[in-house]
Design a protein around this ligand. Structure first.
Ligand SMILES: [Zn+2]
Length: 398
């Protein structure tokens, strides 16, 4: 298209509105054309399809299901029945996490948006879960808002939280999950004051005492000396020091943390915790765990790899069908309440006991019937609790 015919969203952000998404406008054109053909040929049929992943990114052995609340928002009002695993369920490859049934033309154009919602949300929630699992009892915060389009920040940070993060940095995201935002101190504040000490003092005087004092200690001085200075200036008010070490120094990072911890302890500042940010992911967390008390994770979570879910038809007019390489027919997924093993079986064929002797329960629950939401959706805290409970039963193989 030539420049003079440009009819974009100049003067506005390049995002789709709620109304446009609900109207099915964010759809690959081949779905729209397919519906046109089926309608004109009077060939529409009742179908059932399922969302599942045949592989997971980065050798993940499991992933956390996200995006179900938004998927429910997308699909309510359509003439469809929807089943889904509860948001926050840990799933594996080939497990159906969501199913949609109805006349194909009634929902075909929503496949693009549906997959987009669950693919990205699940990737973010999974990366957050991996970081939380790597950190053990240490706090993990989502600090990656600056790495994404601002329009989706609340969505991304909500999924970071349900995946296991202890807090998020952006107030609008925090509002969505009914939490207070979490933050430390920016390099810019210290640069504007021109002195670390002055910035620490000013922050301590001005900011609500409920906010924990976390001094950034790598702006002008070596981390070790700046950490001691922060402890001297703020004394008991100092909750933690934050080390945000640039890429060039990361090689020795655990060593720097060890030195900081040693020097603080030697001078009676055992109460001062160490907060680490800058290029943190689950591997980095494992390395820093001996000395760090909390982490701010950015890009690794906010720009987590997406889970490559696909939506495949498995029944047409009640008959089992599937494309090459996919298992046909409607399925159930059961999880053992003891060993957490999941089994997928043909729908109707029940699976009552796990090999370990434990009880099993079905994972797919009816979410929408004839376009109406039929279950109450859990709040973000409950979903996060559900995720953490499952994480307690597994290990992280990095
Ligand atoms: Zn079992």
């Amino acid at each position: 298209m030539s420049a003079d015919k440009w009819v974009g969203k100049e003067g506005a952000f390049h995002i789709a509105s709620d109304e446009e998404i609900k109207a099915g406008k964010i759809s690959d054109v081949y779905f729209q054309r397919g519906v046109q053909v089926l309608k004109e040929k009077n060939a529409d049929k009742w179908v059932k399809g399922e969302v599942r992943a045949s592989s997971l990114p980065e050798d993940w052995e499991w992933a956390v299901l996200g995006g179900i609340e938004e998927a429910a928002h997308l699909l309510t009002g359509l003439k469809v029945d929807v089943e889904a695993m509860p948001e926050g369920t840990l799933f594996h490859v080939e497990e159906p996490v969501l199913t949609v049934e109805g006349n194909y033309s009634d929902f075909a154009i929503y496949e693009t948006a549906l997959l987009g919602l669950v693919c990205q949300a699940s990737g973010v929630a999974t990366k957050a879960a991996r970081c939380k699992l790597a950190g053990g009892d240490r706090k993990v915060y989502s600090f990656g808002a600056r790495r994404m389009h601002p329009a989706i920040t609340p969505m991304v940070e909500r999924n970071a939280f349900i995946g296991g993060c202890d807090g998020v940095a952006v107030p609008e995201s925090a509002r969505l999950i009914h939490e207070e935002p979490v933050g430390t101190m920016a390099h810019a504040l210290i640069l504007v004051f021109g002195s670390e000490e002055e910035a620490y003092r000013a922050f301590n005087e001005v900011i609500d005492p409920k906010v924990k004092r976390v001094a950034l200690v790598d702006t002008f001085n070596d981390e070790k000396f700046a950490a001691l200075r922060a402890a001297e200036v703020l004394g008991k008010d100092l909750f933690a020091v934050r080390l945000d070490t640039p890429r060039s120094r990361r090689g020795d990072f655990p060593k720097i943390l060890e030195e900081v911890r040693w020097e603080l302890n030697l001078r009676g500042y055992e109460h001062v915790k160490i907060f680490v940010s800058g290029g943190i992911d689950e591997n980095r967390i494992t390395e820093c765990n001996p000395y760090a008390d909390a982490y701010g994770v950015g890009t690794a979570i906010s720009n987590a790899p997406v889970v490559d879910f696909s939506f495949d038809l498995v029944e047409v007019e009640g008959k089992a069908v599937a494309k090459r390489g996919k298992m046909s027919g409607s399925k159930s997924a059961f999880r053992c309440t003891e060993c957490f093993t999941t089994r997928v079986v043909p729908r109707g064929r029940e699976f009552e006991k796990c090999a370990c002797g434990g009880r099993v329960k079905p994972l797919l629950k009816t979410l929408i019937r004839k376009g109406e939401l039929v279950i109450g959706l859990p709040d973000p805290h409950s979903i996060r609790g559900y995720v953490l409970n499952q994480l307690a039963h597994i290990s992280l193989n990095l």
